[in-house]
Design a protein around this ligand. Structure first.
Ligand code: KG4
Ligand code: ZN
Length: 334
């Protein structure tokens, strides 16, 4: 069964086709340049751009797969969490196509997509495993017993880690979205010049907090000569503190859940230092998807959508999206 997937939860328009064995085609159009001059995503502009780009992107993805619309037997779309208007564009097109083609359509949880993206790789974990899900909007430690069986063990009480990366990058004068730019700048930084706090590691528990770290970076920046080396040193101290904090919490999470496999998922999972450190320092097998499957993409929605559509799940014709939606509310597979 060929499943066509649509991702439009934030500022990437992406389409993929997956047949249960392999990804037949996958395309991503990033709106990053559109939002860069505003220093963050402008929701109304995001919706309009999804509307302009989605139909041509579906055509070119079908071309890439050498398929026509009549070869598609199911449609999956991101139904939340995310920006309301952006989600609606994908949901409306998915439902309309599903109705016109008389095929089942299903709304997928964006974070379930991130969580399962690793399953598209050659090297993938067996269930159960612990997932560190780090993106622009979420920071979660999730006990992942199977598809649809998720237990949140810890989460951020304020900023998501990607959000903290982006805000600190903005402070340092880097372009939006700043996570990858900050990581690049940090490579030139001196790791001994500043030491930033490791938030919420001095007390038990698996929750996170990153807004204080961002404020610490701001105070350091304001009290330092703002030359290029200082910027790099601050970037380095910030990245070291984030990675160290995530390492401590993952170690705790593995111990508490008695699991010995860890999956890193979400946009910040593309961070090289985070991947290397968790792999080297944890007493567990560590898995992660390729970098382009860490940041927002439709391949992960196609994978999750295929699993659910293939066992008969689908929704009626109403166009439902859920800007706020917990992973724990999902149903098991069959
Ligand atoms: O998963 P994602 O594409 O979108 C959300 O669902 O939020 O994550 C985007 C986040 C942004 O905050 C971006 O700065 C961050 O992932 N990011 C990185 C890196 N690449 C992307 N953060 C740190 N290091 C990176 N290499
Ligand atoms: Zn995402």
């Amino acid at each position: 069964m060929n499943v066509l997937a649509i991702e439009s939860s934030c500022d990437e328009t992406s389409i993929a086709i997956y047949d249960g064995q392999q990804l037949l085609a996958h395309q991503i159009y990033s709106q990053a340049d559109l939002h860069a001059k505003f220093g963050g995503v402008v929701p109304e502009l995001a919706s309009r751009d999804h509307l302009n780009k989605m139909k041509p992107l579906i055509d070119s993805t079908l071309n890439e797969a050498k398929l026509g619309l009549s070869d598609i037997k199911g449609i999956a779309y991101t139904a939340g969490p995310g920006l309301m208007g952006a989600l609606f564009v994908g949901a409306a097109l998915a439902r309309s196509l599903g109705w016109a083609l008389a095929i089942p359509t299903l709304g997928i949880h964006h974070l379930e997509g991130h969580l399962l993206a690793v399953m598209l790789e050659q090297t993938k974990p067996a269930f159960p495993f612990l997932t560190l899900l780090v993106s622009g909007g979420h920071t979660l430690l999730v006990q992942t017993d199977n598809i649809g069986q998720y237990q949140i063990l810890g989460q951020s009480i304020d900023d998501a880690v990607g959000e903290a990366f982006d805000k600190t990058a903005k402070l340092l004068g880097l372009a939006y979205p700043g996570g990858a730019h900050l990581a690049k700048l940090a490579e030139q930084g001196n790791p001994r010049r500043f030491r930033f706090p490791r938030p919420m590691t001095d007390r038990p528990g698996l929750d996170f907090s990153f807004s204080g770290l961002k404020t610490h970076a701001m105070h350091t920046f304001n009290n330092t000569e703002q030359d290029q080396q200082s910027r790099a040193d601050i970037a380095r101290a910030f990245e070291d503190a984030v990675v160290d904090t995530l390492l401590i919490k993952c170690r705790r999470g593995l111990k508490q859940s008695k699991l010995n496999r860890l999956v890193i998922a979400g946009g910040v999972g593309a961070n090289h230092q985070l991947r290397q450190t968790l792999k080297a320092q944890l007493d567990a097998d560590v898995y992660y998807p390729r970098q382009s499957f860490c940041t927002d993409n439709a391949a992960m929605i196609a994978y999750a959508g295929y699993q659910r559509l293939n066992c008969g799940q689908h929704h009626d014709l109403s166009i439902n999206v859920s800007p706020r939606w917990s992973l724990e509310d999902l149903s098991p597979l069959c």
